[in-house]
Unconditional design. Structure first.
Length: 223
């Protein structure tokens, strides 16, 4: 992406979960959401260094005001932001109310962290989790389906030999293992992944390995 000063940071796609909560007259937000919306939101560290600019970008991209009005929750929400961190027994939130804290946490959020965006008027909470390498992620997911000739109804399908299918699944399994290793390295943690960290859950990775090994045995048996 070119600019007058050279190049800017690339866009990072983050998955945004907007959960709407009722706010009674007491001001205490209900614990259970009444509605949820999901979005894939592009973020650029250079363009969205300003907390105000990021909030404006979020509101325009998600059209959160219109959604709130359609649900009878009012409009023009005030958005507060916090970064979420998993801790034993729950989640810890770090408030990002100032420009200084936003600039400090933005690289963490766009790299592999979480952010909670809370609407002060209607109690909207938005959980933001980075999708790392979304294009490669989807390409490998598609490769797994094609290995087994999964296709849309009434559309042509790919046909592969057992050996070809084995190699395709092996490549997919290897790719997702690399994303898990990358996430663990970035987070400096050996904990198993569960999905929100920016890659697949460890159980899914184990299932991929089992499928790969099963195809390998079949391929060897019929050679």
């Amino acid at each position: 992406m070119a600019s007058s000063g050279g190049t800017t940071a690339p866009l990072t796609t983050v998955r945004v979960l907007c959960s709407f909560f009722l706010t009674p007259e007491s001001g205490k937000v209900d614990s259970q959401p009444i509605h949820k919306e999901k979005f894939n939101l592009p973020i650029c560290q250079d363009k969205h260094k300003s907390l105000h600019d990021f909030k404006t970008h979020l509101e325009k991209f998600t059209d959160i005001n219109q959604i709130a009005q359609n649900k009878g929750l009012g409009g023009n929400p005030e958005i507060n932001i916090a970064r979420l961190k998993k801790v034993p027994g729950g989640v810890e939130a770090f408030s990002l109310r100032t420009q200084d804290t936003w600039e400090h946490e933005l690289p963490v959020i766009t790299a592999d962290g979480n952010a909670m965006l809370q609407d002060g008027q209607i109690g909207t909470v938005k959980l933001v989790t980075t999708i790392r390498g979304s294009v490669e992620f989807l390409e490998n997911l598609g490769k797994f389906y094609r290995a087994f000739s999964v296709h849309f109804k009434h559309q042509p399908r790919e046909q592969h030999t057992l050996q070809e299918a084995h190699q395709m699944v092996k490549g997919v399994s290897s790719y997702f293992k690399s994303t898990i290793d990358e996430v663990k390295s970035t987070r400096n943690s050996n904990s198993v992944t569960n999905g929100p960290e920016g890659t697949i859950a460890s159980k899914t990775a184990t299932s991929l390995v089992l499928v790969e090994k099963g195809l390998e045995r079949l391929d060897t048996k019929f050679q």
